[in-house]
Design a protein around this ligand. Structure first.
Ligand code: PRX
Length: 635
């Protein structure tokens, strides 16, 4: 018997040991007993971190949607699979049962087929948090098409880059989206993007805000009439275990976004198993993850992980501040949420508005509180624990990444004793290591270093779309035979991990990964800008915010600096999206550089964070005099 559901700490240690000593046996048992396969595997795991090549369940045949949908049709056809809570609290919530989900996914799959989409084709999904988003992703999986969901807050330029990088032939979108009191013209953004995407043949448009939209003849089609006519039956495509399930873009510290590639069987097994245990999901629980499906959190823990367990998963269209800052808690009360999973930035934003709006609602249904996306600071942890969980719902601080596909380090609620700001223990099967700067593993406790993973786990990304060399370089070259996460971490006296943050040039703003290079590239497009450098600095709600040092081509004295700042943020919004806007823009005469011409971001970070007494040795710089100048004109 496999240990699918871990219930106490001793069992955790026992199962963990087994998963590490005999990984193939362990994962083989989990996979065999809890999932539907059309054909079993030849080998559970084959791997080589040098190539790098990782294969789980090779030779197995399956379709993930049979595990996420069909499997539940026999036992719980009328259970709510997706509970859609609209942006406007006065609009009724929609309960989509497993049976209805099956029909709607099949109809959507048939529409895709009728539009010439088949196995292996890439489908770009640029849809807000409405049921069609989840249904479209599952419809792709049903027919073996590879979905590439792009967060519907990205700009047209960012969308076009992603569409072109993976050669998507079709885009699924909506007329627009609701976000609090605002509406966003998504179709307009798609139209703009497609001016630069020659490969897109078809655009399917869902109606959400009923706005007037431009429909390009021969290319654009309204979705609903096609769905209405489509059959509710669609035989699932038989997929190999290692066939691609999806591409999801994430920022790198340099260069264009990386299309992380996830494959079918390992991703399914790991997201399902982590969902069950990390959230201690029980039969009739209602689970809510507030993320957007445009991020990995939504892929793994709104769609695939919950549905593979036959769970009820909530999809929320709106924002935490609309119509007021009590919206989350109103939803918890209304749908009697049992597991609630959100980001520290949301907790900090809500905490700022006091406890009145929390106390107004009955939160007694809550059993587990999750946190993800960035380190959760002590203050936010306690606020969450005291006011939301009333000190009785364990907080699981889950550390993981787009690249890891599923949760890697987390307490298991009611099993692992929690500790504020600590992600605590590795999940079953995960073998972390802390490395020093010389490439040696740091053993023992009460140490800190760079966080690596020593052994493959089923849901790890297999490559970067179109660039395996970059995959190798980014994740497998820093340390021999190790996956390098890009994060620093410490291990306390009992072996608990605390993630200390990125050790590269990725900055996490409100839980979103932002690379400095694409933002700097955008700024440098402004005709007045000669050069720029972006660093992060502490921000009480966003965790980190962006601080830009900008050098102008002329001295800039004759320009209105406030206007320039606005223009720079406008360019960033156009190239990336509003999430990448700078909080502070300082015009400076130069940037501190090493003799080889590299910008010394360490110094810029310190200045932005107001840690001027701690700048270290600046005498070896090419231009040490510039440091004082930057300090003097600091914002
Ligand atoms: O730095 C870590 C941080 O978010 C990065 C991964 O970002 P992304 O791929 O967008 O995925 C986010 C959602 C899984 C990590 O390298 N991070 C994520 N979770 C935590 C975290 N940092 C500290 N604590 C966490 N719980």
């Amino acid at each position: 018997m496999s240990n699918y559901h871990i219930k106490h700490l001793e069992e955790y240690y026992q199962v963990y040991r087994k998963s590490v000593r005999e990984p193939e046996k362990f994962w083989g048992e989990i996979a065999e007993e809890h999932f539907l396969w059309r054909k079993s595997w030849n080998k559970v795991l084959e791997w080589d971190f040098n190539k790098p090549e990782i294969k789980w369940f090779e030779g197995a045949k399956l379709n993930i949607t049979e595990n996420c949908i069909d499997k539940h049709l026999y036992r719980t056809p009328n259970k709510t699979a997706i509970l859609f809570e609209p942006n406007d609290p006065n609009e009724a919530a929609e309960h989509i049962t497993y049976k209805q989900l099956s029909e709607r996914v099949n109809q959507f799959a048939n529409v895709l087929k009728a539009n010439n989409v088949g196995k292996g084709d890439r489908v770009c999904i640029y849809v807000p948090m409405i049921p069609e988003l989840a249904i479209a992703t599952l419809a792709c999986a049903r027919i073996g098409a590879i979905h590439s969901v792009v967060f519907a807050g990205f700009s047209s330029t960012a969308l076009a880059t992603r569409i072109n990088d993976s050669d998507c032939k079709i885009v699924i979108t909506s007329d627009g989206s609701y976000r609090g009191a605002k509406t966003i013209d998504l179709k307009g953004i798609v139209d703009e993007a497609l001016e630069n995407c020659a490969g897109v043949e078809t655009v399917l448009v869902a109606k959400r805000i009923n706005s007037d939209i431009n429909m390009k003849q021969g290319r654009d089609k309204l979705l609903q009439p096609l769905l209405d006519k489509a059959s509710k039956e669609c035989i699932a495509e038989t997929m190999d275990a290692e066939d691609l399930l999806f591409i999801l873009y994430t920022s790198g510290s340099t260069g264009k976004p990386k299309g992380m590639v996830h494959t079918t069987a390992g991703y399914m097994v790991y997201t399902a198993y982590t969902f069950k245990n990390a959230f201690q999901y029980k039969e009739n629980d209602v689970y809510w993850c507030t993320a957007d499906i445009g991020w990995i959190t939504g892929h793994s823990y709104i769609v695939y992980g919950p549905l593979a367990n036959g769970a009820t998963t909530v999809m929320f269209e709106g924002v935490p501040s609309y119509p007021d800052f009590g919206r989350f808690w109103e939803i918890v009360e209304k749908h009697k949420i049992n597991q609630f999973y959100t980001a520290p930035t949301a907790i900090r934003a809500l905490a700022k508005h006091g406890t009145e709006l929390v106390d107004k609602y009955d939160l007694s249904s809550l059993k587990v509180l999750g946190s993800v996306g960035e380190p959760i600071n002590e203050e936010a942890w306690h606020w969450y624990n005291d006011n939301v969980g009333k000190k009785k719902s364990p907080i699981i601080d889950t550390w993981w990444q787009t690249e890891t596909g599923g949760i890697m380090i987390t307490p298991i609620p009611y099993v692992t004793p929690t500790k504020p700001t600590y992600a605590t223990l590795p999940f079953i099967g995960i073998q972390p290591a802390l490395m020093d700067e010389n490439g040696e593993e740091i053993k023992g406790n009460q140490v800190d270093g760079r966080l690596c993973i020593k052994f493959p786990w089923p849901s790890m990304a297999r490559t970067i779309w179109g660039n395996h060399e970059r995959y190798k370089e980014t994740y497998f070259s820093a340390y021999e035979n190790m996956y390098f996460t890009g994060d620093g971490a410490l291990r306390d006296e009992v072996g608990y991990y605390r993630i200390t943050g990125r050790v590269d040039d990725v900055i996490i703003v409100s839980g979103h990964n932002l690379g400095t290079a694409p933002i700097e590239d955008a700024i440098n497009e402004h005709p007045a800008v000669a050069e720029s450098a972006i660093v992060g600095f502490p921000h009480d709600i966003k965790g980190s915010a962006l601080y830009g040092y900008v050098i102008l081509k002329d001295s800039g004295e004759n320009r209105n600096q406030d206007n320039l700042r606005k223009e720079i943020n406008q360019i960033i919004t156009e190239h990336i999206g509003p999430i990448a806007k700078l909080d502070k823009i300082q015009f400076s005469e130069g940037l501190p550089k090493t003799r080889s011409g590299k910008i010394m971001r360490r110094i810029l970070r310190k200045i932005a964070s107001n840690e001027m007494d701690n700048l270290g040795d600046t005498s070896t710089l090419l231009n040490p005099e510039v440091v004082q100048n930057i300090i003097d004109s600091r914002l």
